[in-house]
Structure formats: structure tokens, C-alpha cells
Design a protein around this ligand. Structure first.
Ligand code: NAP
Length: 248
């Protein structure tokens, strides 16, 4: 795989899976706009330095992607700085877990705003640019939970299932313009998002993973890099799982 000469934008790129994706794309030669949420500037600046050590360029850009105007500015700024954009990875995501009877309206709205509307905001802004260029790749990070559901995550599951429908629709709309759109559905990956799981719950999940371990951010990053590369030039509208074979 080779991404030399490509420019990528990764939302929520300063930590967790997003950070691993930024590093992997940079290792393969891409320049990377590292979107970070206000508050993670230091992590994004540190990642920029790491990317420079690899020999690529990193550009931290602050934006709350759940807000349309900020998402638009993110894409505009990335294009202005890097000169173009070939790859968008919609990675930013949050959880606000709760059983349905206790779930607040805010739990529902905030998760949908980041995980689903954020994907719409960034994809629409980047599509305007990619359609003119008649090429581009969009990769959306969904989840095993969006495919199979999970107790206490009705909001998260709805947002991630929504991302799958969105991905398949966009692939149909934009394919004729040379734009590929795919989704990646990770299982349980070792990041801040899963760190707080009680030990008992971790053990329960582990029993359901044939490969016997939680995933690592780099496991997801490898798949994203493949989909971003020309090696995947005939793949669009797919949802590809990276989950250790989990039986959820
Ligand atoms: P993480 O470590 O919590 O990282 C998520 C990133 O998104 C953080 O940098 C976060 O910034 C950022 N973010 C949140 N809201 C944002 C906003 N409005 N605008 C811009 N950035 C925002 O989680 P992760 O595990 O790496 O998750 C990455 C993606 O993979 C998410 O879409 C998640 O749903 C998905 N996923 C994760 C797992 C897993 O097991 N970890 C499994 C399946 C799918 P802050 O920290 O400042 O909020």
C-alpha cells in the first residue's frame, strides 16, 4: 500500500483509533489534517511532531464536527493548507450509555449529533470538493454495535446503524463521480472509550471474542489504510468488520 502524494483528513484524530489512523496514513506517505476537539490541542500538536518524524506532514485543525459551520471550516482549512483532499476518515465519536428507560434526551441528541450528523456535516463539505475533482475516498467508522445492537447503547447503536445507511447511500450517489465510500465496523478496541469498562464486563466480552483479545487501534488503522489506498479501488458501499470474530 502506498499513499504518497495523498492528503487525508481524520476527524477526532488526536487520540484512540483516530490517532492510530493518522499515524498509519502518514507512515504510508500521506499528509494528514488532524482534527481535534477543543481541549485536545496538546495531543494533536504532539501527534503532528510524530508524523513529521516519519517524514510526512501533520496539520492540527480544531473543530467540533457536530456543528455544520465548524465542519465546513475544517474541510476548507484542510484543503487550503494541504492544497487538496483525497481521503476523509469520519472517526470522531462519543458514547453516552444508559438503559432506554433512563436515557435522557440529551444522551440521545448528543450521540446522534456527533456520531451521525457529524458524519453528514463533514461528508457533505468534502463531497462538494471531491465531486469537482471527480475522485476521493470517504471512510466512516461505524461499530459492531451498529450492526448487532447492545444493551445500554440504543443511542450509540442507532447512530452507528445510521452511519451504515448513510455510507451505502453515498456510495450509490457518488460512485459515478469516482468517489468511493465505505464503512468500517470495529468490535471492542482498547481506547479511552472502552477503558472504563468494569472488569466483569470485560471478561464477559472476552469470552465472546474467538481471537481471545480486545482489538488495538492499529488493527482498525490497517483496514482504514487499505480502504483508503488504490488497492481497494473496486470496493465501495461496503461495511467491513474488524472485531476478532466477536459473537455479540
Ligand atoms: P476515543 O478515544 O474517545 O476518541 C474519539 C475521538 O473523537 C476523541 O479524540 C474525541 O475528542 C473526538 N471527538 C468527540 N466529539 C467530537 C466532536 N464533536 N468533534 C471532533 N472530535 C470529537 O474513542 P475511540 O475508541 O478512538 O473511537 C473512535 C471511533 O471508533 C468512534 O467513532 C467510535 O464510536 C468508534 N468505535 C470505537 C470502538 C471501541 O471499542 N473503542 C468500537 C467500535 C467503534 P474528546 O476526547 O475531546 O471528546
Amino acid at each position: 500500500m502506498d499513499l504518497k502524494g495523498k492528503s487525508a483528513i481524520v476527524t477526532g484524530g488526536s487520540r484512540g483509533i483516530g490517532r492510530a489512523i493518522c499515524l498509519k496514513l502518514a507512515k504510508l506517505g500521506a499528509d494528514v489534517a488532524i482534527n481535534y476537539y477543543p481541549g485536545l490541542k496538546e495531543e494533536a500538536e504532539e501527534l503532528k511532531k510524530e508524523i513529521e518524524k516519519i517524514g510526512s506532514r501533520g496539520y492540527p485543525i480544531e473543530a467540533d464536527i457536530s456543528k455544520m459551520d465548524e465542519a465546513k471550516k475544517l474541510i476548507e482549512q484542510a484543503v487550503a493548507t494541504m492544497g487538496k483532499v483525497d481521503i476523509l476518515v469520519n472517526n470522531a465519536g462519543i458514547t453516552r450509555d444508559s438503559l432506554i428507560l433512563r436515557m435522557s434526551e440529551d444522551d440521545w441528541e448528543s450521540v446522534l449529533a456527533v456520531n451521525l450528523k457529524g458524519v453528514f456535516n463533514c461528508s457533505q463539505a468534502v463531497a462538494k470538493y471531491m465531486v469537482k475533482e471527480r475522485k476521493g475516498v470517504i471512510i466512516n467508522i461505524s461499530s459492531v454495535v451498529g450492526l448487532r445492537g447492545n444493551i445500554g447503547q440504543a443511542n450509540y447503536a442507532a447512530s452507528k446503524a445510521g452511519v451504515i445507511g448513510f455510507t451505502k447511500s453515498l456510495a450509490k450517489e457518488l460512485g459515478s463521480r469516482g468517489i468511493r465510500v465505505n464503512a468500517v465496523a470495529p468490535g471492542f478496541i482498547e481506547t479511552g472509550m472502552t477503558q472504563g469498562f468494569p472488569q466483569e464486563y470485560r471478561e464477559k466480552i472476552l469470552k465472546q471474542i474467538p481471537l481471545g483479545r480486545f482489538g488495538l487501534p492499529k488493527d482498525v488503522a490497517s483496514l482504514v489504510a487499505f480502504l483508503a489506498s488504490d488497492e481497494a479501488s473496486y470496493i465501495t458501499g461496503e461495511v467491513i468488520s474488524v472485531n476478532g470474530g466477536i459473537i455479540l
